[in-house]
Design a protein around this ligand. Structure first.
Ligand code: HSE
Length: 349
């Protein structure tokens, strides 16, 4: 973090959750530590890690990053620097300056992540969230609490994983009026639909997605569109300031799509995709997630497998589409790094 005089200060990181994304993040931080210091004046220590199954580790001067990597890769229990803290205790009592929330997403009440975020802001700590819950369920509250305490609430990792959506919108599209977006926001369902295109049944494709680790803990979150809906709510709130509630968004998943639908679309020169749409026409706002038959000339129709994409509809450029990885430990870990670097600039309001 740069102080008002521009001198660098070390970020002290607390991780909530130590799964795939934390593993990706730790690897990136280990590989790039020197470059991050040299090129971005970004210095850090991971002072605490809290998990539900392995307990909590804490050292105020920083845990060894290579040891954390070893633990992440080998899934071994925490035996050094352990503390009898749950995640909330860790946030409250550790000397962390930034909490990275990477526990699993609850799509209904966002807990316990919501409590973690509230506790972090209460104790003056920044939040970087890869967990979609807090931003999807309580965006305005989170933003208000963060502002009140001069803290950051950053969510780049929640939508399109490492593919930069928020920074692209806020920096690269500056000066445009953006009237809406259409996107493929869920990697698992896109993978399943792509597999069905090559002959798999829905059940076979679902099983494969499960084996490859693309699905949320409750696969209904992906299949029935809740994950895409949460991501659309985050985009509507964060990018467009719309105060959209999850219940304002129409939702339909892909469970009804069969080989018959896929074949019929193919004969028409079309392809089924789970499309999230936000359209803003003055006071009229349409927000929905539903399967759509897209013509092959639509850029979204060409986005296959676990890739995600968003087409922004702009006044100066027309449609602009970004596409890239929508899931994955290293990819999402990169998004968290990108937020850490944003935090480091001090420009995160
Ligand atoms: N299950 C999610 C998806 C993970 O498939 O998009 C990334 O948010």
């Amino acid at each position: 973090m740069l102080s008002s005089k521009g001198s660098a200060r070390k970020h002290l990181i607390a991780l909530v959750g130590f799964g795939t994304v934390a593993k990706g993040l730790c690897q990136i931080l280990l590989e790039k530590r020197d470059i991050l210091k040299r090129d971005y004046q970004f210095e850090f220590e991971i002072v605490a890690v809290s998990t539900r199954s392995r307990g909590t580790m804490f050292h105020p001067a920083g845990l060894s990053l290579s040891y954390l990597n070893y633990l992440a890769l080998n899934n071994e229990p925490f035996v050094e620097n352990t503390k009898e803290w749950d995640a909330e205790d860790m946030i409250r009592n550790s000397n962390a300056t930034v909490v990275i929330e990477l526990a699993h997403t609850d799509f209904v009440n966002a807990e316990p992540a919501l409590t973690h975020c509230r506790t972090a802001f209460e104790t003056g700590k920044h939040i970087i969230s890869g967990n979609k819950g807090p931003a999807a369920v309580a965006y305005s509250e989170m933003k208000a609490l963060a502002r009140k305490r001069g803290c950051a609430f950053l969510n780049e990792a929640t939508v399109l994983s490492g593919t930069p959506v928020f920074s692209f919108f806020n920096h690269s599209l500056r000066g445009n009026q953006v009237n809406g977006l259409r996107g493929i926001l869920n990697g698992a369902t896109n993978f399943i639909l792509s597999k069905m295109e090559t002959g798999s049944s829905f059940d076979q494709a679902l099983l494969q997605a499960q084996k490859l680790g693309y699905l949320e803990a409750d696969s209904s979150a992906d299949i029935d569109g809740y994950d895409a809906l949460a991501k659309l709510a985050i985009l509507a709130n964060d990018l467009f300031d719309l105060a959209v509630d999850l219940s304002d968004i129409r939702r339909e998943g892909i469970a009804t799509i069969t080989q018959v639908h896929i074949e019929a679309a193919r004969r028409e020169g079309k392809r089924w995709k789970l499309v999230a749409t936000l359209s803003i026409d003055g006071a009229e706002i349409i927000a929905q997630v539903k399967p759509e038959k897209l013509s092959l000339s639509d850029p979204l129709a060409q986005v296959n497998g676990t890739l995600n994409a968003i087409t922004f509809s702009t006044d100066l450029l027309g449609d602009v589409t970004i596409t890239g990885p929508g899931a994955g430990g290293r990819e999402t870990g990169y998004a968290v790094l990108s937020d850490l670097l944003t935090l480091n600039t001090g420009d995160f309001s």
